[in-house]
Ligand binder design. Structure first.
Ligand SMILES: *Cc1c(COP(=O)(O)O)cnc(C)c1O
Length: 466
């Protein structure tokens, strides 16, 4: 499989190169040159398959000659062996039609472990035996950082610089990052919002001299391999609920449009998806874009679902490129327009294409709390604020009565204990696997949200490329 940039002029890469790359050199994002197809028979054959076997079947077409199926399988066994549930991503029934897909059984209690545990192993495999040294820089609203740090701590050939917005991540999220004291891990609290942190990371990539000197790489959902790993659980869940004969809808709590874009990829590969519900909190740029056709950046408001407090959704560019007919030149012009004015118009083709598969909703604080209470009182399930936003949108989506609706449960409720307790009166208990998080020493730097401050910090600590 070959990978092309959404802006049309960056070099074409293979799977190994695209895994180690971050943003494309032309400022775009990488996508496979074409969507591999799984036939209805191949999808039906996944019924009863283990998570690892499903993962190999779904991901192998994206990997091409870079690895054999047996090599990929060995990495998946290792990555998903660290999950605390034998089903890796189990389905839990809420009522006659609503289901939760629990994606939070990994080491850091959020769905990002599903992709990052594998990505860490891919990095190590591709770097071992080479002279290469990668500098991973990332911005996190909380969960990417902890998942990436867990996956990369102590791995050879990688230095990690993780930027989080100071004071805007939960105490569990912060401690999961800052108590990892491995010498290759560097946590930076930025005086600003997540969007400020993400803009700094983008600026580092776009500074050719800097990004070349330190071989910058990304673990945010701009990294293709992450999205690829997330496609797997859409297949895994859907076949358990009757696919390919019966279409299934998914409700996805969304921030950077990565997780829900993986659902789009599953649909493109042939999985019958009835609807993808894009569920946002009050930071609703995606809901506004999909319902009005205008993608316009607003001001970020801090909420109890911080991993979705985002007003620029990087992966939306991938959707617009694909829906717009994969015209890199037109896409680059559209994105440059957005970057200059912080607003842009979807074309009719993009709007019609999106409407065919996506629905969207904006869930405020009150409706989020109501969904948490409904799950707790009527279904006996404690859910986190992000999941509650997905569930609220799922319950009012008005889909046909025969369509099962799967809400992606993206974080363990204990990761957001205060918000869960406020809504339900019950305080979730941290699972034993996170151990003595609150007794461990923390280490992080606090820096202003300026390019000079952050690049000076990184340059003083990263290993230059040979
Ligand atoms: C990252 C995250 C999201 C949003 O996922 P995107 O891929 O950025 O849309 C939702 N919920 C939780 C708990 C997350 O960590």
């Amino acid at each position: 499989m070959r990978y092309i940039s959404t802006r049309g002029t960056a070099p074409i890469l293979d799977f190994q190169q695209v895994t180690l790359a971050g943003l494309a050199r032309d400022g775009g994002l990488y996508l496979p040159e074409s969507w591999p197809q799984l036939s209805p028979d191949q999808i039906a054959a996944l019924r009863g398959a283990s998570y690892v076997d499903t993962a190999v079947a779904v991901m192998m077409p994206f990997i091409g000659a870079t690895m054999t199926p047996a090599e990929l399988r060995a990495l998946c066994v290792q990555a998903y062996g660290r999950f605390a549930h034998a089903g890796v991503t189990p389905l839990v029934q809420l009522d006659h039609r609503h289901w939760l897909l629990e994606l939070f059984h990994g080491p850091t209690l959020a769905f990002k472990d599903v992709a990052l545990q594998l990505l860490g192993l891919l990095f190590e495999r591709f770097l071992t035996g080479t002279e290469r040294q990668l500098t991973v820089v990332g911005a996190t609203s909380g969960d990417t950082g902890s998942a990436a740090i867990d996956a990369l701590a102590g791995r050879m050939g990688v230095d990690v610089f993780m930027l989080h917005p100071a004071g805007r991540v939960s105490d569990v999220q912060r401690r999961q990052m800052t108590t990892v004291l491995a010498p290759n891990i560097h946590n930076i609290a930025i005086d600003g919002s997540f969007d400020d942190a993400q803009a700094l990371v983008k600026a580092m990539f776009n500074d050719r001299a800097f990004s070349g000197r330190f071989a910058l790489s990304a673990v945010n959902s701009i990294n293709w391999a992450r999205l690829m790993a997330q496609v797997v659980y859409y297949f895994y869940a859907a076949v358990r609920l009757g696919a390919p004969e019966r279409p299934v809808a998914f409700s996805v709590p969304t921030g950077n449009f990565g997780d829900v874009f993986a659902g789009y990829v599953a649909a493109k590969m042939g999985l019958p998806v009835a609807k993808l519900i894009v569920a946002t909190n009050v930071n609703d740029i995606l809901h506004r874009a999909l319902s009005t056709g205008t993608y316009a950046q607003g001001t970020v408001v801090a909420t109890p679902s911080p991993s979705m407090d985002i007003q620029v959704s990087s992966n939306f560019e991938r959707l617009l490129f694909d829906l717009g007919g994969r015209d890199g030149t037109a896409n680059a012009a559209q994105m440059h327009g957005f970057e200059a004015t912080r607003a842009m118009q979807l074309t009719d083709r993009q709007r019609d294409g999106a409407r065919a598969l996506f629905a969207s909703d904006r869930v405020d604080l009150n409706d989020m709390a109501l969904a948490m209470r409904w799950a707790h009182e009527c279904a006996g399930e404690t859910i986190d604020p992000h999941t509650a936003i997905g569930l609220s949108a799922a319950r009012r989506a008005g889909l046909g009565a025969d369509v099962p609706v799967v809400t992606l449960a993206t974080a363990h409720p204990a990761k957001f204990r205060d918000a869960v307790e406020r809504a339900t009166g019950a305080r979730p208990v941290l699972p034993a696997r996170v151990g003595d998080l609150f007794d461990r020493e923390e280490r992080f730097a606090t820096l202003p949200a300026t390019f000079a401050a952050v690049t000076d910090y990184v340059a003083a600590r990263a290993t230059p490329a040979p």
